[in-house]
Design a protein around this ligand. Structure first.
Ligand SMILES: C[S@@+](CC[C@H](N)C(=O)[O-])C[C@H]1O[C@@H](n2cnc3c(N)ncnc32)[C@H](O)[C@@H]1O
Length: 190
């Protein structure tokens, strides 16, 4: 048997959580690979909300969705993910079943623009408040760069202290690989 690698495992979690008609969140759209995957999972009937602070990322994600004729299944917002509660209509907020945060910097973009633990945590808190019970939040942590290592530590501290009555927290990580490969934290709202 081959163990799931990190990115396939993140997608497997999302696939298991999402069914046709759900509302889902891509909290860091970047070049739109995850957004496209999510639009395929939600189907015709419901919607993906995507967030990124960079115009370049929003353009790239929009172009990718357009190319695949899925633009109508998504709303891409050029704002920080911690504005999700004010950006997603209230009627959709309590239908959110999954969210993905692919942390770090935009591949091929400005490496100085990175996700920050304060806004990541603020967005997680909002999701935990509104999403459906058993909704899943998947964090892919890239800690090979200096700020990524800092973010990793703050996030691990935060999730470790989450009340177990409110959430189950999973850490999926290869322990013997060189060069700080990414790993997953998955949070299931109870
Ligand atoms: C690793 S990339 C995401 C890759 C993306 N999932 C893909 O498929 O290409 C991280 C992205 O997070 C974005 N970002 C940084 N801070 C953010 C914030 N506060 N809210 C939303 N996006 C943010 C960056 O601009 C960058 O595009």
């Amino acid at each position: 048997m081959k163990l799931d690698r990190i990115l396939p495992f993140a997608r497997k979690l999302l696939m298991q959580a999402i069914t046709d008609g759900d509302i889902v969140v891509d909290a860091t759209t970047g070049n739109g690979h995850d957004t496209l995957y999510l639009t395929e999972l939600v189907g015709e009937t419901e919607h993906v909300y995507g967030f990124d602070i960079q115009e370049e990322a929003v353009k790239s994600t929009t172009a990718r969705l357009k190319e695949h004729h899925f633009l109508n299944r998504a709303t891409i917002v050029q704002k920080s993910h911690d504005s999700l509660q004010s950006e997603i209509p209230v009627s959709h907020q309590n239908k959110i079943t999954a969210a993905i945060f692919n942390l770090g910097y935009l591949p091929g973009g400005n490496k100085e623009i990175v996700t920050k633990p304060e806004t990541t945590i603020a967005a997680i808190e909002q999701l935990l408040k509104v999403m459906v019970p058993e909704g899943i939040i998947v964090l892919v942590i890239y800690h090979g760069h200096e700020e990524g290592a800092l973010e990793r530590d703050v996030l691990l501290d935060y999730v470790t202290k989450l009340d177990q009555q409110k959430a189950h927290v999973l850490n999926y990580r290869f322990l013997n690989q060189a060069n700080n490969p990414p790993f997953i934290i998955a949070i299931e709202k109870r």
